[in-house]
Design a protein around this ligand. Structure first.
Ligand SMILES: NC(=O)C1=CN([C@@H]2O[C@H](COP(=O)(O)OP(=O)(O)OC[C@H]3O[C@@H](n4cnc5c(N)ncnc54)[C@H](OP(=O)(O)O)[C@@H]3O)[C@@H](O)[C@H]2O)C=CC1
Ligand SMILES: O=C(CO)[C@H](O)[C@H](O)COP(=O)(O)O
Length: 476
């Protein structure tokens, strides 16, 4: 019987909870998983939460959906997603829709959307953020795909999405084909950057000042009451307050200090390199995870000289400086992420509304933060800002924090605590505001060794100096 409003296949952490979220919101949900055990488990544990149609085969799953069908995939990105799409498509009919809510690469989404369009099937690649809890109670949802697809799917997604304080659903059509997955990828890149900055703040308080995790937890909890108010700061306070039951030690002290990554941060940086957008914070965060996991190099370098700690005591006065450095660096991280979205939007003709994009991240997602209201307003007031850093409220916020920021970066260098996030954010800020950059010298060097030419500040045209001859200038 074709009775389900929507289907979810892939019932691990995300799929299971999204299926429950749809059911709790009154939809009849067909459920399917490669191995039936997960389907049975969902029905056994949560079957009473709403209307589920449990299915064992893909054919049965597709058949159980009301036409035009909507089937959502929540499986691993890459070949697993291609396999599931193909299996679904074989049983679908023209006008049916496949929605991929996994963390797919946006280029794969563009390819899949185009291929399925040729088969008269709609394909929506959508970012979903919020982890297990968000998927169940209301994630941030970033759908791409055709406008026509959003017309029928959008209301369903909006009904299960998180809501901002003003009641707006944290879900809206981001743009065509891969735009949704692109925005989710950059969301994850900012997530990497934000987590790295928080890690550096922790490290400065721990190794720089010498505070214990429980005290640092209290500091983060306090910071979470102000302009740093965000989900990541909130959970940081929780993690730092946690005690390991087995050893009685601070939980953070029993975790191996090697940060894993599934790929979205790396994809963001790779794409930023292609687009020529300096997302230095995301790049440093991604490399910092790689450095932490580089066993061979860490082992080889462990005995290298550092500053004498006795000569470099840091007082508790620095705590508030660290808070301010964190806020300034965080503004830079978001500014860089929005630059990348703007560049991709122009490159792929997506016409992404940056204000609407910021609005999507206000609740439900991992990078949700109080200051996203202000970012939404800033882009809404002036979509041609050029850089988020140029918005009055952020330029004045940084003007107020920059002395602290500079002190923190200088202190970190002095005491030997690595702060690639704080330092690169400050360098980026100083680079942008510089009247003149040493890029002029680099152009001179390029022209010297490779006749790569340069432009002049005082006249139009392209020039080359005859470096190996009489050093006269040629206008090309
Ligand atoms: N976990 C998170 O916090 C978030 C995850 N995501 C993304 O959502 C998607 C789902 O994530 P998550 O719930 O963590 O699950 P996983 O990424 O761990 O994927 C597990 C699911 O994929 C299925 N699967 C794997 N390979 C295949 C295949 N070849 N054919 C069919 N099914 C397959 C598994 O089926 P089986 O049970 O049979 O093994 C299982 O249902 C991923 O793309 C992830 O990147 C997005 C936001 C947050
Ligand atoms: O998409 C997510 C949150 O938004 C996932 O949790 C993602 O897996 C996190 O990335 P990584 O595992 O690389 O830290």
């Amino acid at each position: 019987m074709s009775s389900a409003d929507i289907g979810v296949t892939g019932l691990a952490v995300m799929g299971r909870n999204l299926a429950r979220n749809f059911a709790r919101n009154g939809y009849t949900v067909a459920i399917h998983n490669r191995s039936y055990a997960r389907t049975q488990e969902l029905v056994d544990q949560f079957g009473n939460e709403g209307s589920f149609v449990a299915t064992e085969t893909v054919a049965e799953f597709v058949k159980s959906l009301r036409r035009p069908r909507k089937a959502m995939i929540m499986v691993q990105a890459g070949t697993a997603t291609d396999t599931v799409i193909e299996a679904l498509a074989e049983h679908m009919e023209p006008g049916d829709m496949i929605i991929d809510g996994g963390n797919a690469h946006f280029a794969d989404t563009r390819r899949r959307e185009a291929a399925l369009r040729k088969r008269d099937l709609l394909f929506v690649g959508t970012g979903v953020s919020g982890g297990e809890e968000g998927a169940l109670l209301g994630p941030a949802i970033m759908p791409g795909g055709a406008t026509e697809a959003y017309a029928s799917l959008g209301p369903m997604l909006e009904s299960i999405a998180a809501r901002a304080a003003d009641g707006t659903p944290c879900c809206s059509h981001v743009g065509p084909d891969g735009a949704g997955h692109f925005v989710k990828m950059v969301h994850n890149g900012i997530e990497y950057s934000d987590m790295q900055l928080i890690g550096e703040a922790y490290d400065l308080l721990r190794r720089g000042i010498g505070l214990e995790p429980r005290r640092i937890s209290e500091i983060f909890a306090e910071w979470n009451k102000g302009e740093l108010d965000s989900y990541l700061i909130e959970i940081t306070a929780e993690v730092l307050a946690h005690t390991d039951a087995e050893t009685g030690s601070s939980f953070v002290d029993v975790i191996v200090d090697q940060a894993a990554q599934k790929g979205t941060g790396r994809w963001t940086v790779q794409n930023a390199l292609n687009l020529g957008v300096p997302v230095t914070g995301i790049a440093e965060a991604t490399f910092a995870r790689a450095l932490s996991s580089g066993n061979v190099q860490r082992e080889a370098a462990r005995q290298l000289a550092g500053p004498n700690p006795a000569e470099h005591e840091v007082s508790e006065d620095m705590i508030d400086d660290v808070r301010q450095a964190l806020f300034a660096s965080k503004i830079v991280a978001y500014a860089q992420g929005f630059d990348q979205i703007a560049a991709a939007s122009a490159e792929y003709d997506w016409n992404i509304d940056l204000g609407a994009c910021a609005s999507l991240w206000r609740e439900g997602c991992i990078i949700r933060a109080r200051f996203l209201d202000r970012i939404t307003e800033a882009w809404g007031a002036n979509p041609a800002l050029g850089s988020l850093l140029a918005a009055e409220e952020f330029s004045s916020a940084i003007a107020q924090t920059q002395d602290s920021w500079r002190r923190v970066v200088a202190t970190a260098a002095r005491v030997g605590v690595p702060t690639p996030g704080f330092s690169s954010a400050l360098s980026y800020y100083d680079g942008l505001r510089s009247e003149r950059l040493p890029a002029a010298l680099i152009q001179g060097q390029r022209d010297f060794f490779g006749a790569h030419t340069y432009r002049r500040i005082d006249k139009d045209g392209t020039f080359h100096t005859d470096w190996s001859g009489d050093r006269s200038e040629l206008s090309l």
